[in-house]
Design a protein around this ligand. Structure first.
Ligand code: PEP
Length: 247
């Protein structure tokens, strides 16, 4: 499976920093065997468009509804009109800070698919849940409910242990790989044979220094990168090792 590396800029950046990123990215060598995606804050989508070589565009969120009186929301069709091919849904920050349930995440993933995008559906356990050894059950429960309306060809799963996001505490390759194997089994149960083609990417403090060892794991198909994706060079370094050795 070709590696997939997605930049999640969260609510960072400015018009100037976006222009700098585009400029720096386009000076870096082209990458082989990897798909790269940038998910900037929505206001910057239009100015990025297709200006970054080889980079697809994605939204960080989308509304579950198609249109109407939903102040502050952005529909999947609006993202598509700006060139987005991916939408992150169910990021742990959306789940914890904005109270998004699995049912809401499922509706958002469905909405993204209807508009023609791939939904990057995020799942992951909290530190407490891992310490209580409930992480596998929690993640399988999230998958079962968040993917309830999805078709296999419309989704990417991002495993992001909450305790590893923005904390500098990456899951060890063994921890991540073992959870990805559990996720693959769950996807095969939910989607039958087509579950084997759903990319499962890892997120949580991925950096140039730890990316290669994560990508060497059998069950890790790429990464969702927050902090380290804000710098074109470090995002390129991460993406540059995602293609190597993958089948
Ligand atoms: C994220 O925002 O999805 C993420 C994984 O962030 P970070 O890489 O900064 O941990």
């Amino acid at each position: 499976m070709t590696g997939l590396v997605i930049a999640n800029w969260k609510m960072h950046g400015s018009t100037a920093s976006v222009m700098d990123f585009i400029d720096q990215w386009n000076r870096l060598p082209a990458l082989a065997d990897v798909r790269t995606v940038v998910c900037p804050p929505h206001p910057y989508l239009a100015s990025i468009g297709d200006r970054m070589a080889g980079m697809a565009l994605g939204g960080q969120n989308c509304a579950e509804q198609t249109e109407g009186a939903f102040t502050g929301e952005v529909s999947a069709a609006m993202l598509v009109a700006l060139g987005c091919r991916y939408a992150i849904v169910g990021h742990s920050e959306r789940r914890s800070l904005y109270g998004e349930s699995d049912a809401v995440v499922a509706a958002k993933a469905a909405s993204a698919a209807v508009a023609g995008m791939t939904a990057v559906v995020c799942v992951g356990e909290s530190l407490d849940e891992r310490q209580r050894e409930e992480h596998e059950a929690v993640v399988c429960g999230q998958l079962s409910a968040s993917l309830a309306l999805a078709e296999a060809e419309d989704i990417v799963v991002a495993y992001e242990p909450v305790w590893a996001i923005g904390t500098g505490h990456t899951a060890t390759p063994a921890q991540a790989d073992s959870m990805h194997a559990v996720i693959r089994t769950q996807l095969l149960q939910q989607f039958g044979d087509s579950g084997k083609n759903i990319p499962i990417i890892y997120g949580g403090s991925v950096k140039p220094g730890n990316a290669a060892e994560l990508f060497q794991c059998d069950h890790i198909d790429g990464a969702l990168v927050g902090g380290a994706s804000l710098d074109a060079n470090s995002f390129w370094q991460i993406a540059s090792v995602a293609g190597t050795g993958r089948t």
